[in-house]
Design a protein around this ligand. Structure first.
Ligand SMILES: Cc1ncc(C[n+]2csc(CCOP(=O)(O)OP(=O)(O)O)c2C)c(N)n1
Ligand SMILES: [Mg+2]
Length: 284
């Protein structure tokens, strides 16, 4: 990535992280850990790799994103708002009655959302179907399928991966957020996924593993995945649940956080202030 792109993507990541924190603080609770672990991925996608037009969200030639770990919707919404799909003010309607930003993505409500998700596992199948349909139509658009490591507990994921690999749907870039935790503990303790990258290779995927907070590594991995023409592709993000905010990285139960103690509220406000300062510094 050149210096200008890196600066843009890094600034976008700071904005997305700031927005996730402030919208969840405003809401009083939400899926923090898994939203923060995909911030750099979202920044690389929306800041550099994705083909999209926020003025025409359903433009036929767009790349598609399927956030199969749909509970991380706030991480996606922040990226969509910062990319111009809707006003940032809308972020503060998260999960309110009648909102267009339900906590889990809904394709009928939110500009830029192409597939409704939230029931873990299902996004893997719908993304496979979208990718197959695009292939049949002769489209060169990409589908970015984002899956959680705990989500891999769902057998449906492995059926969909077989389909993607069998059909050599190399325009369906499978990205697994290996943040080592699921809802109620470490994945290795709940149901050990063992080595996810090795498993994906055994399923026929050309697989890379990169640091989940390294924008250069993520960008290079997507470039490399796009260069593969004869097999399915997968990127495993070696990430941290709650990434980018030390207080939340160290909090054990950081899956869904309630902002109901002075300690949590202060840590969140401090992180927002630091990100605001970083953003102001970069834009000056
Ligand atoms: C089918 C289904 N079962 C249970 C849930 C409740 N649930 C929401 S998130 C989650 C844990 C997901 O863990 P992981 O995929 O690792 O997500 P991340 O760490 O990225 O937040 C569970 C069990 C659900 N959304 N769907
Ligand atoms: Mg996880």
């Amino acid at each position: 990535m050149d210096d200008t792109s890196r600066a843009n993507v890094t600034l976008l990541a700071a904005k997305i992280r700031r927005d996730v924190l402030s919208m969840l603080l405003d809401e009083g609770q939400g899926h923090l850990g898994g939203s923060l672990s995909i911030v750099e991925l979202m920044a690389v996608l929306y800041g550099k790799q994705l083909r999209f037009n926020p003025k025409e969200p359903r433009w036929e030639g767009r790349d598609r994103v399927v956030l199969s770990k749909g509970h991380a919707g706030p991480g996606w919404y922040s990226a969509l708002a910062e990319s111009g799909f809707f006003n940032r003010e809308m972020l503060y309607t998260l999960n309110d009655g009648g909102t267009n930003l339900p906590s889990h993505p809904d394709r009928t409500k939110t500009p830029g959302v192409d597939m409704t998700t939230g029931s873990l596992g299902q996004g893997t199948s719908t993304a496979a179907g979208i990718a197959k349909a695009l292939q049949l139509k002769g489209s060169d658009a990409y589908v970015y399928l984002i899956v959680g490591d705990g989500e891999l507990n769902e057998g449906q994921c492995w059926e969909a991966f077989q389909f993607i690999a069998h059909n050599r749907l190399n325009h369906c870039i499978v990205i697994i957020d290996d943040n080592k935790k699921q809802l109620d503990g470490y994945t290795k303790d709940v149901m050990n996924p063992f080595d996810i990258a090795e498993k994906m290779r055994a399923f026929g995927f050309e697989t890379q593993r990169v640091k989940g907070n390294d924008v250069d590594a993520i960008d290079a991995a997507i470039d490399a995945a796009k260069a593969v023409s004869d097999s399915a592709v997968c990127i495993v993000l070696d990430s941290i649940k709650g990434a980018g905010v030390p207080f939340f990285e160290q909090m054990m139960a950081n899956h869904s956080v309630k902002f109901n103690t002075p300690e949590i509220i202060d840590a969140t406000k401090q992180a927002i202030a630091e990100l605001d300062a970083q953003i102001e510094g970069s834009e000056a």
